[in-house]
Ligand binder design. Sequence first.
Ligand code: 5AD
Ligand code: SF4
Length: 481
Amino acid sequence: MTQTTLKDEQDAVRKVFVKTYGCQMNVYDSMRMTDALAPAGFVETTDPEDADLILLNTCHIREKAAEKVYSEVGRMRKVRETRAEAGKRTLIGVAGCVAQAEGEEIVRRSPAVDLVFGPQSYHRLPALIAASEAGTGPVVDTEFPAEDKFNHLPKVDASPQRRRSITAFLTVQEGCDKFCTFCVVPYTRGAEMSRPVSAVLDEARRLIDAGVREIMLLGQNVNAYHGLGPDGREWGLAALLEALARIDGLERLRYTTSHPRDMDDALITAHRDLDKLMPYLHLPVQSGSDRILDLMNRRHDRALFFGIIERLRDMRPDLALSSDFIVGFPGETDADFAQTMDLVREIGFAQAYSFKYSPRPGTPAETMDQQVPETVKTERLHALQALLAEQQGAFADSLVGTRLSVLFEKLGRKPGQVVGRSPYLQPVHIEGDTNLIGEIADVTITATGRNSLFGQLTPPDRNLMPRSVSVSAQLAAGAGS
Ligand code: 5AD
Ligand code: SF4
C-alpha cells in the first residue's frame, strides 16, 4: 500500500514548502530534506499556498523558539483550509528539535499536524509521507536509529537545476556529549557523531562543482570532530580542514560552533597555517564567572578561555571573535554578571549573541534553586548587549580605510549593488558588476552601516600590499578598557 502510493505519485510533480527556524544546521537539514524528497517527485516552492507538503523545521533551544512553532502550525492550518476549498490536499509536518523533544505531544496539541519527525529521520521522509498518505492518523518518528542517516540520504544534488549559492553549509558532526546543564541539544540531537572524512570531501567537491566557493563546516560541537580518515585513523577537525583546503576551487573555509575544551593545538595552529581558513571564530563562552561556568557544567573556566584566545591571537593576530552568552543562569549574582562584563571588555568581540537564560524541560538547570527574576535578566541582557554593540561598532569602524578581500555572493537590494562577505563575515556592499558574483576582490572600506560595511573596489595596484588589520588591538581600544 505504502509502496504503491509513492510509486504512483513518482511522476507527478508535487510541491514542498519548508520553513526553517534556528541554527545553521537546520538550514543545512532543510536542504537535505528537499534533496531527499526529490526522488519522491517533490520540488521546492517558496509559497506555502502552493505547497502539497508544508514542513516546519523547528528549534527548541529557547522557549520562545519552540512556542513560535505552534502559532505557525495555526497559520498553516488556515492555508490548508483554503487549499481544501480548491480541492487540494495538504500535509503538514513538524521536523527538527521541537519534533524530537515533544514528539506525540505535538499532535495532541495541534491535531492539524500529520507528521512529526526528528533530525535523525530525514532520510526516511518519503516513506513517512507515504505512510501518512496511507492515512491511519498522524505519523510520529522520533527514534534515534542505529543507522547513519547520512549514508541513506541522497548525495547533495549538484545539478544546475538545484540552485546553490556561493557559500554553503556542510554538516560534518552532529550531536553533543557535553551536557551543559541549560542545554537541550544532547537530548534532541543525541550523542556526538562525526561523518567520515571521505564523505565530507566528496560532499565538498560536489558543492564546489555546483558553484560554491566558501564552505562553513557545521556541527553542534564541530571542533570535537573525530571522523574516520582514509588511513583508518580518526582525524580531528584540523586535519579535515587541511584536506579541504587542498581542494581547488574552494576559496574559503569556516567552522561553527565550537567548544573551548576542544580547541586543540592542531586547530589553533591551523588558524596560522591555512590561508583559506577565514580569520573569524565563533567560540561560545556563555559566562565570565567560574562559579556559573561550573554550575553550567561547561568543563572550562575563565582562565582556559583567556589562554585559548591568547594562543589563537598569537597564531593569527587579525582573528575576529564571536561568542554566545547567557545571562540570568540560576544563581547568577551581580558579581557573577560583572565577571561576564569584565571578560567581554578584556577580550573584545567583533560580534556576539546573547540570551536570557530560558529553562528547558528535562535539563538539570530547569530545577536548580535561585532562578533569576525576569526583570534582572532583562536588565543584564540590555547592559551586555549595549557593550557588545559598542564593540561590534568599534570593530567595524576600525576597518574603514582598510582593504579587505570580499567574496561576492549576490545582488544587493539597490540597483547596481553587489554584496559579499568580508573575511570577518560582515556583509560588504559595493557598486559593481554582476559578474563579480562568485569572485573574490579587494575592497577599500569607506563606511559602516548597522550590520554591514560599504566600500569600493580597490583599483589593482601591485605596489599596494594589503594592510593587515590588528583586530585585537583595535578592539581593545574600541572597548575603552
Ligand atoms: N537558555 C538560553 N540560551 C540558551 N542557549 C542554549 N540553551 C539555552 C537556554 N536554555 C544558547 C547558548 C548556546 C546558543 C546556541 O544558545 O548560548 O551557545
Ligand atoms: Fe549545548 Fe553546546 Fe553545551 Fe553541547 S556544548 S550541551 S550543544 S551548549
